[in-house]
Design a protein around this ligand. Sequence first.
Ligand code: CIR
Length: 255
Amino acid sequence: MYSHAITRLPPQTMAGGITSQTDSVDVQRARVQHQSYIKTLETLGIDVTILDPEEDYPDSHFVEDTAIIHKKTAVLTRPGAMERRGEVERIRAALEQRMPVMELDQDASSFVDGGDVLFMGRHVFIGISHRTNLPGAVSLKARLQTIDPELAVHFVPFTGVLHLKSGITALGDDILLGNPELKLHEALPAGKIVWLPAEQGYAANALVVNKTGLYFSECPAAGEAIEKAGLKPIGLDLGEFRKMDGSFTCLSLLW
Ligand code: CIR
């Protein structure tokens, strides 16, 4: 069960973030959608910290990419996209006020995005992607196993989607929701993937919080899979964030 979250308001500059999409973003709409995401977390019993927008970092509301939190300890990342690296220093103080904070390593050539780090029970899958390289994954594994020696950490090379969690998220200790666009280079060593229909694949990024699964409301197959997994489905519209390749997990850091 989670009790706390950190979020950050989307900046006016958010349309200048990195994206593979072409539709233009409506910042006002994005803020309304962000507000309803926060309200939903609050109704699930989460104490949500809302950080001020960072206008010079257009992707900075995607706070998930800046840190990994496990057992109320944070590991700061080094994002794979150079233009996002500065976001980590902007969130450091908010984390340090709330929990112990570890650094990834001193090696500037290693990098990790939080969106590539997926927990499923005692398993942690670290996606090896354009945003997370093997040295970064090795470094993160060492820190996670310092925090929790029981964790089984697996490296998962993939292509086809931005982050590992754009392709799969966990609905339980043994079940995952999958986007058929994800191409895993090897089978996962644990967990069964329920693949969504291709046209709803984007909804594989669901956020499971306190026995509830938040998902894209326009993708009913995701809601059905969430319900089947024994969770309460809540559909939300995050369409403006989708235009920036974002989704549910990336908008919060939870513990
Ligand atoms: C980026 O390309 O970095 C952002 N526009 C989207 C990041 C989404 N983060 C995530 O899925 N963890």
